[in-house]
Design a protein around this ligand. Structure first.
Ligand SMILES: Nc1ncnc2c1ncn2[C@@H]1O[C@H](COP(=O)(O)OP(=O)(O)OP(=O)(O)O)[C@@H](O)[C@H]1O
Ligand SMILES: [Mg+2]
Length: 463
C-alpha cells in the first residue's frame, strides 16, 4: 500500500463501508484509509460475521476478500459470500479483493453489475476511485428508481381517474400526451391529432371521446380518404333524394352524431368544398344535406387526425388556413415509435399471444429496429411471430425483421411526413425537432438531406 495521493480530496462522508477479511491487519489498513476520506468502516473476519452485520447495519458498500481461512486459496468461499450478499441486497456495491491468480473468477462475478474487483496488493488511490465510482453509481440508480416510482404513481393515478382505453406505454412522452388528452377531453373544442402511420392516433381519439361529456353519446369514425369527394360529402352531411344520380335520402354522419363525437381520420384528404362545409358546421353548427337548401343544426365534438403535415398543405394552398386553426385549437402530436423506445417492449409483450414469451435476443432486436410502420408494424410482427414460432419462446428469426433496417438501427429511418411534421411543430428550429424525434441534430440534418428537405429559417412568430 502507498500513502493516499491526490485521491485524498475525495470525500466518502456519510457512507458506511463493510470490510470482510480474515486478516485484522488488512481490516485496519482499510479502516485507516477510508476514515481518512470520511467513511465509516465496519469489519468482519468471515462470511457469517459479515451477513450478521449486514442485517444490523445500514451498509453502502462492501469490500470483501475471496478466502477467509489461512489454508483456503480457491476463492470458493468468496464466491459463495458474494452470491449471498447479492441475493440479500441486489443493488449493494461489492468490491472483490482478489489475487492475480483468481482474476478470472472475479471478472466473471462483476459482470452481474454494481461491483468491481481490485487485485492485491492494491493501490490506495485506485481503491478510493473505485469506491467513489460505485457509490456514485449506486446513488444514480437510486435516484432513477425513485423517479421511476414517481412516474409509475403518476401513471396509475391517471389510469384510476380516467378510462385510458387499454393504451400501453412506458415513455414520459406518451404519459404527457395521454395526460393532455384526458385534460382536454372535457373542453368542448375540436382536437387535432397528428403523427405518422400506425403510431396510435386513433387510440388517443378514443381516450378523448371516452372521457368527454359526450362519452355516452354517439361516436362515429369516418376515414375521409376512403371515398371519392362527392360520396364523402354525402357521407358526412347526408343527401336528399335525387341530389345526384342514384342518390337516396339519407342521414349524414354529422346529423347522426348529434350530441356525440365524430372522428375524422385522414383530414388532409378532404376536398376543398368538403373543407368549406366542415368549417361552416364547426363555426355555426349548421349544414345542409346534399340537394337541399334548408339548414340543419347539429352539435358534434370533432376529433380530427392526420398523418400529412397540414402546414405544408396550407402553404401549397390545398388546405384552408381558417379550417386548420379552428381544428388545431388543441394538437396532440403522437411521436413515432422510434422516438420512444421505452414503449417497444411493453407494447410487444402486450401484443404477444397468451403463453408466448420473447427471447432476450428477440427483445434486443425489437428495441433496435426503427419501426417505420410504428405500433401497427410492431403489432403485426408480433402476431406473425406467434404464428410462426415453434415453441413458447419467440426468437429473433421468428420476428423476421428486415435485415437492412436492423443494421441501420442506431439511425431510425423516418418517413418524410414525420420529419416534416416535427419541423413544423418546432417552428423550423432544428434542435427542437431533433429532440422531438429522439435524434441528434446532425442525424436530423442527414435525414433532411436524404429526404430532400431544406431547412427553413425559424418562423418569427407563432400564428
Ligand atoms: N399505445 C398503444 N397501446 C396499445 N395499442 C396501441 C397503442 N398504439 C397503437 N396501438 C394499436 O396499434 C394499431 C395502430 O394504432 P392506430 O390505429 O391508433 O394508429 P394511427 O395513428 O391511427 O394509424 P394510421 O395513421 O395508420 O391510421 C391499433 O391496432 C392500435 O390499437
Ligand atoms: Mg388511424
Amino acid at each position: 500500500m502507498n500513502a493516499p495521493a491526490d485521491s485524498a480530496r475525495v470525500s466518502l462522508a456519510g457512507h458506511t463501508v463493510l470490510v470482510i477479511d480474515d486478516s485484522a491487519a488488512v481490516r485496519t489498513a482499510f479502516e485507516v484509509l477510508l476514515a481518512l476520506h470520511g467513511a465509516r468502516v465496519v469489519g468482519a473476519a468471515d462470511p457469517n460475521g459479515a451477513l450478521e452485520l449486514l442485517q444490523r447495519e445500514e451498509v453502502h458498500l462492501v469490500i470483501q476478500d475471496m478466502n477467509f481461512r489461512r489454508e483456503a486459496t480457491s476463492g470458493a468461499e468468496g464466491v459463495r459470500l458474494f452470491r449471498e450478499i447479492r441475493a440479500r441486497a441486489p443493488g449493494l456495491p461489492i468490491i472483490l479483493l482478489t489475487a492475480w491468480t483468481h482474476l478470472e473468477t472475479a471478472v466473471e462475478l462483476v459482470r452481474s453489475g454494481a461491483s468491481d474487483y481490485i487485485a492485491k496488493p492494491w493501490e490506495d488511490a485506485r481503491l478510493i476511485t473505485t469506491v467513489r465510482n460505485l457509490l456514485d453509481l449506486r446513488s444514480a440508480r437510486a435516484e432513477a428508481e425513485a423517479l421511476r416510482g414517481r412516474q409509475r404513481a403518476a401513471r396509475s393515478a391517471l389510469a384510476e381517474r380516467f378510462d385510458l382505453k387499454g393504451i400501453v406505454y412506458e415513455s414520459e412522452a406518451m404519459h404527457t400526451l395521454v395526460a393532455m388528452a384526458t385534460q382536454v377531453a372535457h373542453a368542448e373544442v375540436p382536437v387535432l391529432i397528428t403523427g405518422p402511420n400506425g403510431a396510435g392516433k386513433e387510440v388517443l381519439a378514443d381516450i378523448v371521446q371516452a372521457n368527454s361529456a359526450q362519452a355516452d353519446g354517439p361516436y362515429f369514425k369516418v376515414n375521409l380518404g376512403a371515398l371519392p369527394h362527392e360520396l364523402m360529402e354525402a357521407e358526412l352531411f347526408g343527401t336528399e333524394a335525387g341530389a345526384f344520380t342514384g342518390a337516396r335520402q339519407r342521414v349524414g354522419r354529422f346529423e347522426a352524431a348529434d350530441n356525440g363525437t365524430l372522428f375524422l381520420d385522414e383530414l388532409g384528404t378532404l376536398s376543398g368544398s368538403g373543407q368549406a362545409k366542415l368549417l361552416r358546421v364547426l363555426q355555426t353548427g349548421q349544414f345542409e344535406r346534399l340537394g337541399s337548401n334548408s339548414a340543419r343544426r347539429t352539435r358534434v365534438r370533432v376529433i380530427a387526425a392526420t398523418n400529412t403535415p397540414l402546414r405544408a398543405a396550407m402553404r401549397a394552398g390545398t388546405f384552408r388556413e381558417d379550417l386548420f386553426y379552428r381544428l388545431n385549437v388543441i394538437e396532440l402530436a403522437v411521436p413515432p415509435l422510434a422516438a420512444r423506445r421505452e414503449d417497444i417492449l411493453p407494447l410487444a409483450r402486450h401484443f404477444l399471444a397468451h403463453g408466448f414469451r420473447l427471447s432476450k435476443e428477440a427483445e434486443q432486436a425489437l428495441v433496435r429496429y426503427p419501426w417505420p410502420g410504428n405500433v401497427r408494424e410492431l403489432q403485426n410482427a408480433i402476431r406473425r411471430a406467434s404464428l410462426l414460432a415453434g415453441g413458447p419462446e419467440i426468437g429473433t428469426a421468428a420476428l423476421n425483421l428486415p435485415a437492412a433496417h436492423a443494421a441501420a438501427a442506431a439511425e431510425p429511418e423516418l418517413d418524410r411526413a414525420t420529419v416534416e411534421q416535427a419541423l413544423e411543430r418546432a417552428g423550423g428550429v432544428i434542435a427542437h425537432a431533433a429532440r422531438d424525434l429522439g435524434l441528434s441534430r446532425q442525424a436530423l440534418y442527414r435525414r433532411m438531406e436524404r429526404l430532400g428537405l431544406k431547412s427553413e429559417p425559424p418562423r418569427s412568430a407563432a400564428p
